[in-house]
Each structure stands twice: as structure tokens, then as C-alpha cells.
Design a protein around this ligand. Structure first.
Ligand code: UDP
Length: 409
């Protein structure tokens, strides 16, 4: 890090543990972001402590995440997984324990980087105590989720907290220009305090596996294979993908692999199974459950196309991961899709998740799968700007800029 002063960063991820089980109800892209970014900033020479809530009595207090990067578990509330809203009443305790840990260990931080509105609440309190800049990334926004109107309604408490943090923090990191617009429109953010920095992908983990070999290892037959990866919840639009599948059934022999979902996604999975039965496509769909992230490259590589049929994404790491493995993506124009996918080259962008449009675009992607090797090379090459070292470098510059030019008022 020649010429730059190492930063000391307190990163907050109160409700979701960065080493938690990915693909379960509350653990997804944000946890990946926090973990990868902390590690990468650490490699750049910065010192990062990530604070999260103990969610398992067997959790160690301190985990080394990598060079200069640690994860610290704080007791606040029950030592078990609790619904994220149930974390809210424990936030004052979380803040006190964090301060206690910090002062006992004589740590000092230059900057707080909070993730999601719950941590942002804590960050706002710490900012007052420590008088250092507070940077926030919300990952999703309550008001925007409510405007979409799919799934459970977000409580007013969340929206009020987000609004208050937007006006009190020094900088908000938005993953896309659209998120920046949403922050301005729904929360009255001032444009100069919002910076757009996309999320990244681990190009060492997500690499292509030769398609034939990947399919063999997974025991897939000659059917065209569509893959969905993510948390299983209504906003992801999996039901729309299933209806699209039922439209496509006459054109191809198809298989849909649905990856993700833990115990607390049971109801949604039951709903989707029922729908598959009604659409008479139950035999073509496999609910694979959670797959370890390090095993996902095999699945992405084996698939002919990855579909992201979401109503809303703040960014959408799955599209990046699939392209990194050389598999085209069909995605609704939400989150980072437009900046990730080159329409007609590395995948297809769909205006919304209308099943007919999804089906047409999946068909287009499948019809090009003979050209898979060329496409794979092109897809991977298009992702260089999204490598984590690149993203971490940009975040670090943003932090330095904030320390030089920002105010803590
Ligand atoms: N994921 C995983 N195993 C699963 C399902 C998902 O490791 O069984 C990971 C996936 O690789 C991705 C993340 O969970 O990194 C989901 O992130 P994304 O941004 O697509 O969605 P979000 O969770 O933010 O809505």
C-alpha cells in the first residue's frame, strides 16, 4: 500500500454472520460482501475488525479471517439464530459490548463501516461516542422493498432508522446508480454523500469447470439445465421462473436446479413445490438445498444457463458468480444486472420477470449453448472490474477520501 496510511476500520454486521450458512433466509450476498471485503482490505495492509452477534453458543469470540482481518462475536440477546427484527432490541447492548471490547483491547478505529439498517443503528451510536466518520451500505432498502410489494412488508421502524442514518452518516455506499437514485428519492440523501461502488466476485473460487465433467460429477443427463442460486424467498421470483419453465417444456427437455434455502425457508419451498405440482413440472425440478459456496462453481459450470428472476436485488452476486464460471445469465433488469451482463453476449436482460419474457430469453440463451466455450471466455473476461482486489482498492480510496475531506458533523 505504498504511500497510503493503513486504515483501522470497524466493520459492523450485527444480525448476519459473515461466516454463517450462505443461502439461508437472512444470510446471503451481504455476508459474502463483508467477508471478502474485510479479507481483501486486510491484504492491502488495512486493519479490519468485523463485529457480529453471537448466534451459536459454540462460537469462538475471535476468528482470524485472514491477514489483518478478524471477526469478533459479541453476546447480545440469545446465543442462537433469531429473526433479524428480534435483534433490534439488543442493539443498545451490542453497541455497549462492542465499546467494552474495544476499550479493553485498546483498539482505536479511524472509521466505522456498517452493513444493513440494524448495524447502521449501532454505527450511528458509535459515531457519537468515537467522533469518527460513519460509512454505511444498506444492501437492501425497506422503502424500495415495500414499493415492490412482494413478500412481507418492511416495518416503519426500519424505514425511519434508514432515513435517520442517511441524514446522520458521512457516506453511503450504493452498489448501483439505481440504488443511489433510490436513496435520494425515498430517503432524501444528498447526492454528494452517496458513492457508487459495485460488489465483487472471488475469481479464484469461481472458475469454470469443464462442462461435461461437471455434469458427470453431478449425475446430470442430457437435459438442458437451468440453475437458480440464492435465498429462497418471494422477492427472488422463483415462482415466475417455474411458470416460464412450464411455457418452455415443449421446446426442450429441461431440468431446473434450485439451490439455497435452510430450515427457515421451509414454507416458501413448500409453496414452490405445490406450484410445481400444479404446473405439472415437478419431475423436472430439483430442490438441492444449501450448497457450500466453494462447491457452487461445479453447479454453475454444469448448467446451460443461470436465471435470476428477481423482483428486486440490491446488487445480485449470483450473476457475477455464474459468469465467472462461464455460464450465461438471464436476469431481470434489477440491481447490478445491467452493469454485469452484456445483453446478447454474456446473457440476456429482461425488462421484468413476466414468465413469457423469461421463457423467450431462456430459449435464446439455450439456443446458443453450442457456442459455450467462446461465451465462457468472453463472460469471464468481462468481469475483471469486479474482482475483489479491485473493489477493495476502490473502497479503501473512498475511506481515505472520507477521512481527508469528510466531516463528522
Ligand atoms: N449461496 C451459497 N449457497 C447456497 C445459496 C447461495 O453459497 O446454497 C451464496 C451465493 O454464492 C451468493 C450469495 O449466497 O454469493 C447470494 O448473494 P446474492 O447477492 O445473489 O443475493 P442476496 O442474498 O444478496 O439476496
Amino acid at each position: 500500500m505504498p504511500g497510503d496510511k493503513p486504515l483501522r476500520i470497524a466493520m459492523l454486521s450485527a444480525h448476519s454472520c459473515p461466516v454463517g450458512k450462505l443461502g439461508t433466509k437472512d444470510t446471503g450476498g451481504m455476508s459474502v460482501y463483508v467477508l471478502e471485503l474485510a479479507r481483501e482490505l486486510g491484504k492491502l495492509g488495512h486493519r479490519v475488525d468485523v463485529y457480529t452477534r453471537v448466534h451459536d453458543p459454540n462460537d469462538r469470540i475471535i476468528y482470524e479471517l485472514g491477514q489483518n482481518a478478524r471477526l469478533i462475536h459479541l453476546r447480545a440477546g440469545e446465543d442462537e439464530e433469531i429473526h433479524k427484527l428480534a435483534v433490534y432490541p439488543h442493539l443498545p447492548d451490542f453497541a455497549l459490548r462492542l465499546e467494552d471490547f474495544r476499550s479493553r483491547n485498546r483498539r482505536h478505529y479511524d472509521l466505522i463501516y456498517s452493513h444493513y439498517w440494524l448495524s447502521a443503528w449501532v454505527g450511528r451510536r458509535l459515531q457519537k461516542w468515537w467522533r469518527v466518520p460513519h460509512m454505511v451500505m444498506f444492501h437492501t432498502l425497506g422503502a424500495v422493498k415495500n414499493a415492490v410489494g412482494v413478500g412481507a412488508r418492511e416495518p416503519e421502524l426500519r424505514i425511519k432508522t434508514e432515513r435517520s442514518v442517511v441524514s446522520s452518516c458521512q457516506r453511503v455506499i450504493a452498489a448501483t446508480e439505481k440504488e443511489k437514485e433510490d436513496l435520494i428519492r425515498h430517503y432524501g440523501a444528498s447526492a454528494e454523500r452517496v458513492s457508487v461502488i459495485p460488489c465483487g466476485v472471488n475469481l479464484n473460487m469461481f472458475k469454470p469447470v469443464e462442462k461435461r465433467s461437471a455434469r458427470k460429477q453431478l449425475g446430470l443427463n442430457g437435459d438442458k439445465t437451468i440453475i437458480f442460486v440464492g435465498r429462497i424467498e418471494p422477492l427472488k421470483g422463483i415462482d415466475r421462473l417455474m411458470i416460464a419453465m412450464s411455457h418452455l417444456r415443449n421446446g426442450y427437455r429441461l431440468r431446473l436446479l434450485i439451490i439455497g434455502g435452510g430450515e427457515n425457508s421451509r414454507h416458501e419451498i413448500e409453496r414452490l413445490r405445490k406450484l410445481a405440482g400444479e404446473l405439472q413440472i415437478g419431475n423436472s425440478i430439483d430442490f438441492m438445498g444449501l450448497i457450500k459456496q466453494s462447491d457452487l462453481p461445479l453447479f454453475y459450470s454444469a448448467a446451460d444457463v443461470c436465471v435470476v428472476p428477481s423482483y428486486y436485488e440490491s446488487f445480485g452476486l449470483v450473476a457475477l458468480e455464474s459468469l465467472a464460471c462461464g455460464t450465461p445469465v438471464v436476469a431481470t433488469r434489477v440491481g447490478g444486472a445491467e452493469s454485469i451482463i452484456r445483453h446478447g453476449e454474456t446473457g440476456y436482460l429482461v425488462a421484468d420477470n413476466d414468465p413469457r419474457s423469461l421463457a423467450d430469453n431462456i430459449m435464446l440463451a439455450l439456443s446458443r449453448s453450442d457456442n459455450a466455450a467462446h461465451l465462457a471466455t468472453m463472460a469471464r473476461a468481462s468481469l475483471a472490474p469486479f474482482s475483489w482486489p479491485n473493489i477493495a482498492g476502490t473502497v479503501a480510496r473512498e475511506c481515505s477520501d472520507l477521512l481527508t475531506n469528510g466531516t463528522t458533523d
